[in-house]
Unconditional design. Sequence first.
Length: 107
Amino acid sequence: MKRRCFAILAASLACTLSHGEVTDAVRKKTEGACAACHGPAGAKPTMPGAPKLAGQQYEYLVQTLEAFRSGSRESPIMGAMAKPLTDADIRSMARYYSELPGLQTKY
C-alpha cells in the first residue's frame, strides 16, 4: 500500500513539475514581448492575425511554441520570438496562458 501511495504521489509531482511553474519572470516576459501582439494577458490581440492566448489549451500552446522554435511551423515573427525559449520557458508560458480566463463558449 505504501508503494502504491508513493507511486501516485511521485507521478502527480512529476506531472506538476513538467507543466512549468508560473513565476514573476514568466509574467514579465509575457507582459512585455507577448502582449505587444497578443494584447494584455493574451486576451485582446493588437495585431491582425494574432490569436487570443488566454484560456487556450496547455498542450496546444506547448506544441505550437515548440513548432515555431524548431521551424516546423513557419512565421518570421513567432519563429524569432520562440527560438531563444527553453523547454521550461515554453511550459511556463503555456501554463500561464492556459490558466487565464479567455476562450469560452457562450450558450
